[in-house]
Design a protein around this ligand. Structure first.
Ligand SMILES: Cc1cc2nc3c(=O)[nH]c(=O)nc-3n(C[C@H](O)[C@H](O)[C@H](O)COP(=O)(O)OP(=O)(O)OC[C@H]3O[C@@H](n4cnc5c(N)ncnc54)[C@H](O)[C@@H]3O)c2cc1C
Ligand code: SF4
Ligand code: SF4
Length: 497
């Protein structure tokens, strides 16, 4: 149980971050790891709670509390305290295929539910996870372990995001022969082209893909299934097909001038262009190869995490100013009484990009209860300004739902030469759905029986954001693992996954 007096003796110590004004000079990850001794003290703070909320992954009021993978957190926190990293890795690997991703990009649902956070500071579980997996790579523990026997069954996975990779990893481990089809030029889904380098350097993905290849998984890139490759080709060739194509249909916004103005992009296109450019040019930006925010006044529509990634990226480009618009009012700084532990805390968090904006421009980039009403252009059609309007909450008399509606007379024109839309995603893309003739639900996610993964088309399954709607990396991995179990049962008549 860590050290019996650990949480009394030791304070929570977070990994120090390189200061905002320094780190914006490059696109590297920016946390500095603690020494093994310091890390052991952080492991010592875990009290092996009788009811470990940290690993529960339960849903309270529609939000997840605790680790969705049910990682064996108290066990490996104790092993970190004992500096027994080999055993810690074995226990971590039991429930998690990709700790190298989650320890970097997961919002740490475990820590929000940690008992120590009830009246103090949570155990640093996420950073402990990173220490374990990085030790494992350094010491050969995470090397390839191909399955001893093959079943003779074949599976195609369409899409190589965290869900597709989890399906592939699980089914390959079981002995099935798995081929992953990816329409992009590189694998990883939003891990690769979405989440910026600052949160996840891309060689971390390649390191794992290399291990998976050695274990027998095949990857085919630049393979757009449903467009260049026929769906019927895959269903004829493989014993099962799993669709993990993400929820990549971006939500657009209305507003006069939206269709014609040059200089408005979806957030993922903006972020992807930067990542590709950096990857192709030895981590430097080359003019003309990416959507540039340099010397521009940037407006980002969307106050969430994707919007924050755009803030951090625009600042690294050298933007003149950056403003992030959020439709909703600012969340409280502390938990409200109606939002007690262990619920996910609905509080205002200042993320890395916003911290950087504060350091560079002297103020928080976020404007709450505000959206864009109109886009204005110069004579050449280039965006030159946007008209902002304040929003207020109103109850729709017909449906009883709360809506945010514009307040007339609050319009304000501000300069803007680059506008990024980070307003969420609508669901599965139609051409893949049509190609496989799978049914979708009211939210355009691929439908299945409650709790299942089999679609309306024989031998075709679906997992990840394409099935659940836009979510989190850790949930996509969990969903992929659960789907793999169902596919295994379908192929073998029973499952031991
Ligand atoms: C900008 C951004 C930042 C985010 N940051 C975080 C974060 O920090 N932490 C977090 O937990 N979550 C984050 N998320 C959410 C998270 O990335 C997703 O929930 C997760 O990646 C979903 O995984 P997935 O495998 O279902 O789909 P995706 O990651 O979307 O992968 C789907 C893959 O399928 C491929 N594909 C689609 N159609 C086809 C086809 N027809 N043929 C072949 N391939 C196809 C796509 O090219 C893509 O590679 C972020 C999302 C965005 C947009
Ligand atoms: S995957 Fe996320 S929730 Fe689970 S232990 Fe790691 S950081 Fe915590
Ligand atoms: S809730 Fe916190 S203290 Fe308790 S077992 Fe989990 S990580 Fe340890």
């Amino acid at each position: 149980m860590g050290k019996s007096t650990g949480f009394l003796e030791y304070e929570r110590v977070e990994e120090p971050a390189i200061s905002p004004l320094k780190r914006i000079n490059n696109f590297n990850e920016f946390h500095i790891h603690l020494s093994k001794e310091e890390r052991a003290k952080q492991g010592a703070r875990c009290m092996d709670c009788g009811v470990p909320f940290c690993q529960s992954g339960m849903t309270i009021k529609g939000m997840t509390s605790g680790c969705p993978l049910n990682n064996l957190i108290p066990e490996w926190n104790d092993l970190v305290y004992q500096e027994n990293y080999e055993m810690a890795y074995k226990r971590l690997h039991k429930t998690s295929n990709f700790p190298e991703f989650t320890c970097r990009v997961c919002p740490g649902l475990c820590e929000k539910a940690c008992t120590c956070s009830l009246n103090g500071d949570a155990v640093t579980t996420k950073a402990n996870e990173m220490a374990i997996i990085e030790y494992a790579y350094e010491h050969g523990l995470a090397d390839a372990k191909p399955p001893k026997q093959r079943t003779g069954k074949t599976v195609a996975v369409v899409g190589s995001g965290p869900a597709g990779l989890a399906v592939a990893d699980q089914l390959n481990r079981r002995g099935h022969s798995v081929t992953v089809y990816e329409r992009n030029d590189n694998v990883g889904g939003l891990l690769r082209y979405g989440i910026p380098n600052m949160k996840l350097e891309k060689q971390i993905i390649d390191r794992k893909i290399h291990v998976m290849e050695q274990e027998g998984v095949s990857f085919i890139v630049n393979a757009n299934v449903g467009a260049d490759i026929k769906a019927s080709e895959l269903t004829a060739k493989y014993d099962a097909v799993v669709l993990c194509c993400g929820a990549s249909e971006p939500r657009d916004i209305d507003g006069a001038g939206r269709k014609d103005a040059k200089g408005i992009y979806f957030a993922v296109d903006f972020l992807t262009s930067t990542t590709k450019c950096l990857w192709n040019n030895n981590m430097t930006l080359v003019d003309g190869q990416y959507i540039s925010a340099k010397d521009k006044d940037v407006i980002i529509i969307g106050g969430g995490d994707t919007g924050n990634d755009c803030v951090g990226t625009a600042i690294r480009h050298g933007c003149k100013s950056v403003t992030q618009l959020e439709m909703m009012p600012k969340a409280p700084d502390e938990r409200a009484e109606s939002n007690p532990w262990p619920q996910w805390p609905l509080v205002c968090k200042t993320d890395y990009g916003q911290e950087e904006a504060i350091a560079k421009f002297g103020h928080d980039p976020r404007l709450y209860t505000t959206t864009v009403k109109e886009f204005k252009t110069d004579k050449s059609g280039n965006l030159k300004s946007v008209v902002l309007v304040a929003l207020q909450s109103q109850v729709d008399k017909k449906t009883g739902r709360k809506l945010m509606v514009p307040v007339e007379g609050t319009e304000k024109e501000v300069k803007c030469q680059l506008c990024l839309i980070a307003a969420g995603f609508l669901g599965a893309e139609k051409y893949v759905v049509d190609a496989f003739k799978v049914k979708v639900d009211g939210r355009t996610n691929v439908a299945s029986k409650e709790g299942g993964f089999a679609t309306s088309t024989a031998k075709v399954f679906a997992a990840g954001d394409m099935h659940t709607g836009q979510s989190l990396v850790v949930k996509a991995i969990r969903n992929g693992r659960d789907c793999a179990k169902e596919v295994d049962e379908y192929l073998m008549g029973y499952t031991n996954l």
